[in-house]
Design a binder for this molecule. Structure first.
Ligand code: 5AD
Ligand code: SF4
Length: 453
């Protein structure tokens, strides 16, 4: 007997998300599916009858955190009046895909496992477990179709993530993603344009296009539409702000770079992961570009859009990284002057080619390299923000500052966090999700502060 709609209505759920934007978007679909069954979303694990973990396995720290968190859930009592006899715990996302039913061994109180390719199976698996008890795991090698038909509940009314590709064909030697997200698949241009239009009609101000490597969009489609065509189509939807992530430097074309100078909605900010500033390490990573090529891309971007805000990812301590290799990375970061750098210490992932490479650099040496990189990152980010002192920037208001609820918090076109006092007589509700002009009075390393005009 299937659970009746009325029974689902008594079930509460909470989704906890780790990792990248693609996972956050998948979580929006999980929320959408469970809400369309009638379940009620709640803000905490304590209140939830069903807890879904959307997991990440890109680095070991995320693995360890998840296991610890699921283990401690044994001690969290079920809420009074719950319609289920035991809290149902589900693991989805990349760890679910990688480990499948193997997770039941280390987590005996886990009930459901699903993967990245079968989000749509979750309601059926939950229903089975609630009705019949026991545990269920289901993962698929490849997704059957692009998961666009699943309902989705957006975190913010004014912003939408729009996946244009799923999966990755690059196999960077350190990276687990191609093994847990499968081969790259592109959505059709028509479908993307229609979805963008529907968001704009619903009042969305900002669309972020998603893919592991958006620049290789379309290679698997008839007529081979390119990423530059996607940018044009989404701009034509009338959206106010357009962003995208992530770009692989080997596939960033001149046509896409040119769009930063011509497309009305494309924001002057680009995340372009360099990973390393050493040609030897880039080759060992299987990145397929040189430092010189990367610098050339930055020069072209700056000639088209001089004030573009650049961000990047850097891995420190890849197997075999010498002092000289690291100096190359340091120099690159110092010279480019990124607005933001996500710095990672290399984390060995079983099953990837780099896991078999000899890795003899002492931990303290890697930590010292990492610390010196973080120092230069902060210095350059602080300098980059000074360029906006006394400028007036358009801020998309997202809410209030976490530290001070009298300050509004939002994002500039360059994706900087901007805070400003909410003027007397103005309600937050009236400006949330709108774009307002703010005069910048103070520029710190990670945020700007100003006055609403
Ligand atoms: N170790 C450390 N960092 C990694 N990343 C991916 N795999 C690893 C790994 N094994 C980083 C890369 C990537 C970002 C999302 O995570 O810098 O761009
Ligand atoms: Fe991982 Fe490289 Fe694919 Fe990015 S491009 S997801 S780093 S394999």
């Amino acid at each position: 007997m299937a659970l009746q709609q009325a029974a689902w209505m008594d079930v509460t759920f909470h989704v906890q998300t780790f990792g990248c934007q693609m996972n956050k978007h998948d979580s929006e679909r999980v929320v959408g599916m469970l809400e369309s069954l009638g379940c009620q979303a709640v803000g905490t694990i304590e209140e939830a009858d069903v807890v879904v973990f959307m997991t990440c396995c890109v680095r070991e720290a995320a693995d360890v955190r998840l296991i610890g968190q699921v283990q401690t859930m044994k001690n969290v009592p079920l809420r009074k009046g719950s319609p289920v006899s035991k809290r149902i715990i589900a693991i989805g996302g990349c760890i679910g895909q990688r480990d499948g039913d193997g997770l039941f061994k280390s987590l005996p109180h886990l009930d459901v496992v699903f993967g990245t390719n079968n989000l749509a199976s979750l309601p059926g698996l939950l229903e089975d477990v609630i009705e019949h008890g026991g545990r269920r795991a289901e993962t698929l090698e490849e997704s059957k179709a692009f998961p666009t038909e699943l309902p989705s509940v957006r975190e913010h009314a004014w912003a939408a993530w729009l996946p244009i590709t799923i999966g990755c064909n690059n196999f960077c030697t350190y990276c687990i993603v191609p093994y847990v997200r499968g081969r790259e698949k592109s959505r059709s241009l028509e479908e993307i344009a229609a979805e963008a239009k529907s968001y704009v009609d619903a009042g969305v101000k900002e669309i972020t296009l998603l893919g592991q490597n958006v620049n290789s969009y379309g290679r698997d489609l008839y007529g081979k539409p390119r990423f530059a065509d996607v940018l044009e189509a989404v701009d034509a939807s009338g959206v106010e702000r357009l962003r995208f992530a992530t770009s692989h430097p080997k596939d960033l074309t001149d046509q896409v770079i040119a769009k930063f100078g011509t497309l009305r909605s494309l924001m002057p900010a680009l995340h372009l992961p360099a990973q390393s500033g050493s040609d030897e390490i880039l080759a060992a990573m299987h990145r397929n570009y040189t430092v010189e090529h990367y610098r050339g891309l930055i020069d072209k971007l700056r000639s088209v859009c001089p004030d573009i805000a650049l961000s990047t990812d850097i891995i420190v301590g890849f197997p075999g990284e010498t002092e000289e290799d690291f100096e190359g990375t340091y120099r690159l970061v110092d010279e480019i002057g990124y607005s933001q750098v996500f710095t990672f210490i290399y984390s060995k992932r079983e099953g990837t080619p780099a896991a078999r490479m000899v890795d003899t650099t002492p931990r303290e040496v890697i930590q010292r390299r990492f610390d010196s990189l973080v120092e230069v990152v902060q210095k350059r980010a602080f300098e980059a923000n000074q360029r906006d002192l006394d400028a007036t920037v358009d801020v998309l208001v997202e809410g209030v500052s976490k530290r001070d609820s009298n300050l509004l918090s939002g994002k500039s076109p360059k994706n900087q966090t901007v805070h400003a006092p909410i003027p007397d007589g103005v309600s937050l509700e009236s400006i949330i999700g709108t774009i307002v002009p703010v005069h910048i009075d103070e520029a710190r390393t990670w945020y700007l502060r100003g006055t609403l005009l």
